[in-house]
Ligand binder design. Structure first.
Ligand code: DOR
Ligand code: ZN
Ligand code: ZN
Length: 403
């Protein structure tokens, strides 16, 4: 089948006509809807030494993404309409569409609620204090009630800071071997249970961020069975890496939530396979080399846009766990449905946001493949199966692999 694109829009799906001004050959490749990452940190405004909207979207294009959803822990945070306008204006010239998430609380301070009506009108697609939990359950409950009235999804970073108590990696044999403070897994699970409970009582659509534990997957699976309006996401590193990697004492393997244990990796893969986990995200969290230099003092987070498809395809498709079509649901269709944003389809009249994929191609990820300003990835030198060949946003090629 040929896909015809005119002025950024798909105008025809046809196998007979052969005339066009520009022809992009895709022999041996798979054409899919452009990938959508519903959890990235673009660091703009305020932290542009780590990343800015243009470089973050360059990383996105290289990873096959045509849309990204950016988290509000910028400086200032996305708790005001001026910041949303700034982001949307700058994103007009970027290689991906950008959809901002606004904060749940003003200044992400956890006390006063944001003006959700104004923020939604300005373009916010969800509310989250990601980077931090909303510590006070009554504040979270009030936030969910307010968002329910506006039909704005609430996105929750589940972490009990009292249990974390200064921990820097998963609490267990590895944290003990290294002699560093651990982050007990119950810090994630207790707040996952709290959010599911609050969503059930308020009726709000809750989306649980970066699920990393076996127990949280089970809690969400049970809640879905009861009919709670809960969706969730996880990331490639929670399928492919365990806390044993931390034995090298390198902060490029530190993120929040932290790498867990083998049984958690298996539970995350199982959660993706049985539909408990709805979306693949990166939690793309750029930090400078200076910030990441000290294993114990470094901030949490890794970049991920450039490797997300390859790592996911390796873990789920090349391993025979799911079809490529199912992976495209996780990486494009479902994020669009959860947040009610355009994309996730190849349809006449729809935007020409497309990606060409080679799901069986083996390749090794190197620094030359990075589009981000930052370099904090655990995957340098990793061989993947599955590669992005070309990314098309609104009919324009934003990335093409050199032959
Ligand atoms: O690893 C993380 N990095 N987890 C978060 O929750 C925040 C993020 C960041 O902003 O760096
Ligand atoms: Zn988070
Ligand atoms: Zn995040």
């Amino acid at each position: 089948m040929n896909v015809y694109v005119e002025n950024g829009v798909i105008t025809e799906l046809d196998s007979t006509r052969t005339q066009a001004d520009t022809v992009l050959e895709a022999d041996g490749l798979v054409l899919a809807p452009g990938l959508v990452d519903m959890h990235v940190h673009l660091r703009d405004p305020g932290l542009t030494y780590k990343e800015d909207i243009l470089t973050g979207c360059e990383a996105a294009a290289r990873g096959g993404f045509t849309s990204v959803v950016c988290m509000p822990n910028t400086n200032p945070p996305i708790d005001n309409t001026d910041t949303i306008r700034y982001i949307l204006e700058k994103a007009e010239h970027a290689k991906a569409r950008v959809y901002p998430v606004c904060t749940i609380t003003r200044g992400m301070k956890g006390t006063e609620l944001s003006d959700f009506a104004a923020l939604k009108a300005a373009g916010a697609v969800a509310a989250s204090d990601d980077g931090k939990p909303v510590a006070n359950a009554a504040v979270m409950q009030a936030g969910m009630e307010a968002c329910y009235k506006l039909d704005l999804p609430v996105v929750s970073h589940c972490e009990d800071l009292d249990i974390i108590a200064g921990g820097i990696i998963n609490k267990g044999a590895v944290s003990e071997a290294l002699g560093v403070k651990g982050m007990d897994r119950t810090s994630e699970d207790t707040i996952t249970a709290r959010e599911v409970t609050l969503a059930e009582s308020t009726g709000t659509r809750i989306h649980i961020c970066h699920v990393s534990t076996e127990t949280s997957v089970a809690l969400i699976r049970d809640a879905k069975k009861r009919g709670v309006q809960v969706t969730c996401e996880s990331a490639p590193h929670y399928m492919l890496l365990t806390d044993k990697e931390l034995l090298r004492r390198d902060a490029n393997w530190r993120m929040n939530p932290p790498l867990r244990e083998q049984r958690d990796c298996e539970a995350i893969i199982e959660g993706f396979c049985d539909g408990t986990i709805d979306a693949m995200i990166t939690d793309h969290a750029p930090h400078s080399p200076e910030e990441k230099a000290d294993f114990e003092k470094a901030p949490n987070g890794i970049i991920g846009l450039e490797t997300s498809f390859a790592a996911s395809c390796t873990a789920l498709v090349a391993s025979g766990r799911m079809s490529l079509a199912r992976l495209i649901e996780l990486m494009s269709v479902n994020p669009c449905r959860i947040l009610s944003i355009p994309g996730g389809e190849i349809r006449v009249g729809g935007p020409a946001d497309l990606v060409l994929l080679a799901p069986e191609e083996r390749w090794t990820f190197t620094e030359a493949d990075i589009g981000s300003k930052s370099r904090n990835t655990p995957f340098l030198g990793t061989e993947f199966t599955g590669r992005v060949h070309c990314t098309i946003k609104g009919g324009e090629i934003t990335w093409q692999l050199k032959k």
